[in-house]
Design a protein around this ligand. Structure first.
Ligand code: ARG
Length: 568
């Protein structure tokens, strides 16, 4: 058990006679047990009196581990003994998990993320889902869950009518050339332009959709040309970003087509389906439109086809039934909250979704430009992901050249990539995901503040200390307050990872890593490591703290999908 917080809670539980001791990290002491207040209320006692009464019992329960004092309106302040804290940190040495507890009940978790749309270029909006989802996949995997990545790409539906007709018009080989010039947006826009301008083209497009839904072989072949080309473009972006997604994680909308009859049949047998304007729908209770009329989930549209909601009914049925998942996480923008709430309600009614299985929407806000409006290029276009990444890496390369001209060639390229990509990902992850965030190259690439380069630099600096040291790390002995503070930060990694899982909020882990790096900076300023005159045992102990800090930074950044170079 790495997080002392937990051990303290367990040891205090009997003292609190069944009430939660509520142990939290604290500014005043190492930890504070705030549970006296609630307990006092429950047993109608004065909190300070009760605290004074619990004090000796708590002190006895924690003997040798922590000292206890009454504080404030009735808190118990807990200060770990140096020996106990040192022993806790020592347990981290050589632990590739960084002391993170494994899940007691590992689950099969589906994480639905990225999910761009075929024949449309991925833009910064997709960046958030991809980066946040990828971090969640890594963190959940780290604690021992079985994580299944599913990339629910939009590869079906009415737009394919016009896209296929446009493909036919330009001819396959020209279309492929246009598409592989990574000009997916242009292709889409041309098709759209024709669709808006010509009724004849609209008619052809509609007929094409009907043939697509009827599985006409030639139409399916043309459709596949489009989706295969898109998949190549998506994968190039994932490889570039260094995220875990592979082609085999694509489980697009079309994947569910064969399951739709069963979806319909299940709902029908339960008598849930109603007819509405020629469509087959389910009205989940509790959802009404502006005029107070019930809102439908469409099971079959009036043309006999399916839509986005129909497919999402099937995702739940399939993920629980076939994949065996109990935890279904959807990393999708905030505007789709109601869509998911309605779909999941229907899934509950159909009994496809029952405890312990549950669905969770992980929404996120928009990416804004420095003008606080939706991020756009100067000409008003949406930014292309690849352009953003290019620019971040280019700027990082310049920073490396300025800071450390010794780094050249392949190493410089690798370091610039780590910093540039790290900066873009971290800027996204370090903000509470539900909020919009302002995309600023200057800010995200700064070497000061809560940024990836700051953390990466701390890691590289420690590595340089370790390289220079030329002597082994040794037993950790805590003397100076900054040593204690760093040690406390180190043992907090476990808690930070679990907190991140609890909130499905990677910014929790970011904040932790930032505080760890700051604790290291304070430590390094106050506690010389390599200076002449530092006794060998102190030097060895401090080297051990340095080395652990580098390890935890490296593991923590890794969980965010960020590389920590050895030097920079
Ligand atoms: N392709 C959709 C979009 O771009 C996101 C899909 C999210 N996943 C899902 N199961 N609906 O908005």
């Amino acid at each position: 058990m790495a997080d002392p917080n937990l051990l303290l809670s367990q040891l205090l539980a009997p003292v609190f006679a069944g009430h939660d001791p509520v142990v939290r990290p604290s500014e005043r002491a190492d930890y504070q047990a705030n549970g006296v207040l609630a307990m006092a209320k429950a047993v109608s006692r004065n909190p300070r009196d009760l605290a004074a009464e619990l004090l000796p019992l708590a002190a006895e329960a924690l003997a040798g581990l922590a000292t206890v004092e009454v504080a404030g309106p009735g808190f118990l302040n807990l200060t770990l003994t140096d020996e106990f804290l040192a022993a806790q940190v020592a347990q981290l040495v050589g632990d590739p998990n960084g002391g993170v507890r494994q899940a007691q009940h590992p689950e099969t978790v589906v994480v639905d993320y990225s999910a761009p749309n075929v024949a449309k270029e991925m833009h910064v909006g997709h960046l958030r889902s991809t980066v946040i989802g990828d971090a969640l996949v890594r963190v959940l995997t780290h604690v021992g869950h079985r994580v299944v990545r599913e990339n629910h790409v939009g590869d079906w539906g009415t737009p394919f009518g016009m896209l296929i007709e446009h493909l036919v018009d330009v001819g396959e080989s020209d279309a492929l050339a246009a598409l592989s010039a990574s000009d997916l947006t242009a292709f889409y826009k041309q098709a759209r332009g024709k669709f808006d301008a010509s009724e004849a083209f609209q008619e052809r497009s509609r007929e094409r959709v009907v043939r697509l839904q009827a599985s006409d072989p030639e139409t399916l072949r043309l459709w596949k040309v489009l989706i295969d080309q898109s998949a190549l473009e998506f994968q190039a972006a994932y490889d570039r970003l260094g995220v875990l997604l592979t082609p085999s994680d694509i489980v697009g909308e079309s994947f569910y087509n064969p399951m739709l009859p069963a979806v319909r049949a299940d709902l029908d047998s339960l008598g849930l389906i109603e007819e509405s304007d020629g469509a087959l729908v389910v009205f989940p209770p509790g959802f009404v439109g502006r005029e107070g009329s019930p809102l439908p989930v469409i099971v079959q549209n009036s043309q006999g086809g399916s839509n986005y909601a129909t497919t999402d009914l099937a995702t739940v049925r399939d993920r629980v039934g076939r994949v065996g998942a109990t935890w279904l996480i959807y990393v999708v923008g905030a505007p789709q909250a109601q869509h998911f709430a309605m779909v999941w309600k229907v899934c509950e009614l159909a009994d496809w979704l029952a405890p312990p299985a549950r669905c969770v929407h992980v929404p996120f806000g928009n990416v804004l430009g420095e003008d606080k409006k939706m991020l756009r290029t100067r000409s008003g276009e949406t930014f292309r992901l690849s352009d953003l990444i290019d620019e971040a890496i280019e700027r990082a390369d310049q920073a490396v050249a300025d800071k450390n001209p010794d780094i050249v060639g392949d190493e410089r390229r690798a370091v610039a990539e780590a910093i540039g990509l790290g900066a873009v990902k971290y800027a996204d992850l370090s903000n509470d995901r539900v909020k919009d965030y302002v995309f600023s190259f200057d800010r995200m690439l700064a070497f000061e503040g809560n940024t990836a380069p700051y953390l990466q630099y701390a890691h590289a600096r420690i590595n340089s200390i370790l390289r220079k040291a030329n002597s082994p790390a040794g037993t950790i002995v805590l003397g100076e307050p900054q040593e204690r503070a760093l040690a406390l930060a180190l043992v907090g990694f476990d808690g930070a990872v679990w907190d991140t899982i609890d909130k499905l909020g990677p910014h929790r882990l970011c904040t932790y890593l930032f505080e760890l790096a700051q604790a290291f900076t304070a430590f390094y300023e106050a506690c010389p490591v390599l200076k002449d005159g530092v006794p060998p045992s102190v030097r060895a102990s401090r080297l051990a703290l340095c080395s652990l800090t580098a390890d935890i930074l490296n593991i923590g950044l890794g969980l965010l999908g960020i590389t920590a170079p050895e030097r920079m």
